[in-house]
Design a protein around this ligand. Structure first.
Ligand code: SAM
Length: 248
């Protein structure tokens, strides 16, 4: 696998183990990002899907249960090992590969109907290489479903937070400066590399690599979701996640 700072940071054994645990209890992921993503994906039965940056594999398993033909890729070998054991338990047929998202070698051109890139594009060091690879492995007319930390409201340094709970505010002091920093995930303890890219960086790269934006969502949590935690309730004011649907 091609190594870079993102694969080194996320491939760290402690980080990977922490994410595997956290992914299964994180309210944003479980009660907001995952349900919205599955709603957007719709009927996946019989579709060839690449789950890029699959992490602990929750999306891959659910897609396979729904009848999709799933290939799951991550740079973290611990995460892939964990995914394999979980899908073996359930006897789900999922193909796992350890790869840098910017170098999907041995995956043929035009293989997939759908590429899912859930909460991973902001992590990649080689963002353009990753989008180029996504476009290469997608069939013509294939779709990409991607979610990221919202580049306008979620970052560090240039975009910070003030106040707490439902009164929390986003304070922007330097949006234009693409940057990276090391910090634990919220409620985590192991440092990982975070990255800020501007909206323009994302969109111009999609276009440069031959992808067309067909939808963009900043979903508002329902009152039912908001009742689950103050962090989700706050998102009825400010979107900290952004979802794109793209077409080749
Ligand atoms: C925030 S987690 C999201 C995991 C999963 N998609 C989800 O939504 O639950 C980011 C994942 O991307 C993986 N990742 C980060 N950079 C990567 C890269 N350059 N190539 C492949 N995987 C990468 C990490 O190992 C991690 O599993």
């Amino acid at each position: 696998m091609k190594k870079d700072s993102s694969t080194e940071s996320w491939g760290n054994i402690e980080m990977s183990n922490e994410w595997i645990k956290m992914a299964q209890i994180n309210p944003h992921r479980l009660h907001f990002i995952m349900p919205f993503t599955f709603q957007q994906l719709g009927d996946v039965s019989g579709k060839r899907i690449l789950d890029l940056g699959c992490g602990e594999g929750g999306y891959s398993r659910e897609l396979a249960r729904k009848g999709a033909i799933v290939t799951a890729v991550d740079c973290a070998h611990i995460a892939i090992k964990y995914c394999e054991s979980r899908s073996d338990e359930e006897k789900l047929q999922i193909t796992y590969l350890i790869r840098n998202s910017s170098d999907l070698y041995e995956i043929a051109d035009e293989t997939f109907d759908i590429v899912l890139a859930s909460m991973m594009l902001m992590d990649c060091e080689d963002f353009e290489g990753t989008i180029r690879e996504i476009a290469r492995v997608l069939k013509p007319q294939g779709k990409v479903f991607a979610s990221v930390c919202h580049p306008c409201f979620h970052s560090s340094g240039g975009i910070g937070r003030q106040d707490k709970g439902i009164e929390k505010k986003v304070v922007v002091s330097n949006y234009y400066h693409p940057t990276e920093w090391e910090a634990p995930l919220s409620s985590g303890s192991i440092k990982v590399i975070w990255r800020h890219r501007t909206m323009e960086d994302y969109i111009k790269t999609f276009i440069k690599c031959g992808l067309t934006i067909t939808d963009l969502s900043e979903p508002v949590p329902t009152d039912e979701q908001a009742a689950l935690s103050v962090e989700i309730a706050w998102m009825q004011k400010i979107p900290i996640f952004l979802f794109w649907e793209l077409k080749k």
